[in-house]
Write a new protein. Structure first.
Length: 168
């Protein structure tokens, strides 16, 4: 081992200044990863919102029983084989999610912005159980985004839902 490597490894690795800097650096890396996940989620949900609106619009002009969603699913999965989320079932969820939040009443900027904070898997857990009343559902989203920390994208969906519905 060279003299330079030996003195660097012994002196630098053992100094409290270096250890604190390394600890801070690790924390910054983790925070950056969390921000990236949240940004990806926000972008994905904005895309799903637009896709939901497009599906509703196109289905309104399609013939009943022509298999619009089935065909769309096949075409998207063929075009993007490495991307999950284009199954017929998920396209139906996207449509349901869009319809629920865009139904009859203006829901304001705040609740829509909150939707982007809730990961897609969490939305799927919330919507089927609470689709009767948008006011109730918006309150659930508000409670959800207030209960789950900003790094909720890394919390498994069922754990997050459990905490919201059990007020934990």
């Amino acid at each position: 081992m060279s003299k330079a490597n030996n003195s660097t490894s012994l002196g630098l690795n053992h100094s409290s200044d270096y250890k604190q800097w390394l600890k801070d650096l690790k924390q910054k890396v983790q925070q950056t990863q969390i921000k990236a996940v949240v940004q990806v989620n926000t972008t994905l949900l904005a895309f799903y919102w637009e896709l939901g609106a497009d599906i509703v619009k196109r289905q309104s002009t399609a013939n009943w029983g022509d298999g619009f969603l089935k065909q769309l699913s096949k075409d998207l999965m063929k075009a993007f084989p490495d991307i999950k989320g284009f199954s017929e079932r998920n396209l139906k969820y996207i449509r349901q999610w869009f319809l629920f939040y865009s139904q009859g009443q203006a829901i304001g900027q705040q609740p829509v912005a909150q939707l982007a904070q809730v990961p897609w898997g969490h939305n799927l857990q919330i919507i089927p159980a609470h689709t009767a009343d948008i006011t109730e559902h918006t309150a659930i989203i508000s409670a959800y985004t207030g209960v789950i920390p900003a790094h909720s994208a890394v919390i498994p969906a069922k754990a997050g839902i459990h905490r919201v519905f059990n007020n934990a």
